[in-house]
Design a protein around this ligand. Structure first.
Ligand SMILES: NC(=O)c1ccc[n+]([C@@H]2O[C@H](COP(=O)([O-])OP(=O)(O)OC[C@H]3O[C@@H](n4cnc5c(N)ncnc54)[C@H](OP(=O)(O)O)[C@@H]3O)[C@@H](O)[C@H]2O)c1
Length: 317
């Protein structure tokens, strides 16, 4: 089987590449010109340098493949970039998959699209609908929070500063998943024979963890006393109200306003399955996969056995 991986230079794309290579799958990695893959990977996959979001003729370089895995995503979540990448680049990839009669299109999406309040969530959903309507069978993996999204306070805690919580630290919860476990889950989908398109929400091994428990876990791993400080999630609204009049004057401020919406969303919404009937999040209904726990991940980072994943522009996610 030959598999095309788009978004191969990203956090999850890289983990998917490692998993495919470990399983000896023939891989074509699509990367933007000038971006590189680690040497251990570069030497065992076929690298195609093309910009799926910009180049008109990018797909001419793509050899015949049996399946496509898309880990493409806007790196910052700004509305114009989300449209360009989460929707349009994926649309171009799907066009190419349809022309090549590809047997399976696996899309890495996010569980938060079930409550689409943000521009990037709407763009992801728009593409999910295209995939549903496509003749190419699809799997939409709606993942919960990555471990990488839960490393933002490690330096604060190490420095003896309090862990920042919104409200009482119990407003939200998630079942965090490691890049390795999620990559395994994604690659496992290639073994499934699909007729149409399915949506699979997925989290890591339970139970669901609220930020208060996350604070306790991190302080224990850092061997420091548990110290927290509560912030009101409405602070993001206050900043947004101040910036909103400027948003019409400059795209820079318009982006800041959207980033504040994103931050408020993650401070107040859980990354768990949403129960429409009872209008609440349901931890029990959120499927679990894998073995890696957040507590063990924090222990490895604090003991120096693993480095903190690079977060790039994802600081607000
Ligand atoms: N963070 C979380 O906790 C979380 C939870 C659930 C689901 N998710 C979802 O998981 C997905 C993958 O996330 P990730 O953290 O792996 O993303 P990431 O590290 O930001 O990687 C994004 C990938 O998309 C590519 N890309 C971005 N803009 C592009 C453009 N204009 N043209 C071509 N390629 C472009 C990047 O290429 P370059 O290297 O060239 O920039 C990179 O390979 C996203 O859809 C995200 O919403 C995230």
């Amino acid at each position: 089987m030959r598999v095309l991986v788009a978004g191969a230079t990203g956090y999850m794309g890289a983990a998917v590449l490692r998993e495919l290579v470990a399983r000896h799958v023939d891989v074509v990695a699509l990367v933007r010109p000038g971006r590189s893959l680690p040497e251990s990977i570069r030497t065992v996959v076929t690298v195609v340098e093309a910009d799926v979001a910009e180049d008109a003729d990018w797909s001419e370089q793509i050899p015949a493949v049996d399946a496509v895995i898309s880990c493409l995503a806007s790196r910052n979540g700004a509305p114009d970039d989300a449209h360009k990448v989460d929707y349009d680049a994926n649309r171009r990839l799907l066009d190419c998959a349809e022309r090549h009669n590809v047997g399976h299109f696996v899309l890495l999406s996010a569980i938060c699209v079930q409550k689409p309040r943000l521009a990037f969530q709407r763009e992801k959903l728009r593409f999910e609908r295209l995939l549903h309507d496509s003749p190419v069978p699809g799997t939409i993996v709606r993942a919960t929070a990555f471990f990488r999204s839960l490393v933002g306070q490690i330096d604060r805690v190490k420095a003896g500063k309090p862990f920042l919580l919104f409200g009482n630290g119990e407003l939200t919860a998630c079942k965090p998943i490691s890049d390795r476990d999620l990559a395994r889950f994604i690659v496992n989908q290639l073994d499934e024979h699909r007729e149409g398109t399915v949506v699979l929400p997925i989290g890591g091994p339970g139970p669901a963890i609220a930020p208060a428990a996350q604070a306790a876990m991190l302080c224990e791993a850092a061997n420091v006393p548990l110290k927290t400080r509560s912030l009101p999630p409405r602070m993001f609204d206050w900043f947004r109200w101040v910036l909103t009049p400027l948003a019409g004057l400059s795209p820079r401020f318009a982006k800041r306003v959207e980033f504040l919406r994103i931050a408020k969303f993650y401070a107040t919404e859980s990354m768990l399955c949403w129960d429409h009937d009872h209008q609440c999040y349901d931890a029990d209904a959120t499927p679990e996969f894998g073995n890696d726990t957040l507590a063990a991940f924090y222990q490895r980072i604090l003991s120096g056995d693993e480095s903190v994943p690079e977060r790039g522009e994802h600081r607000l996610f």
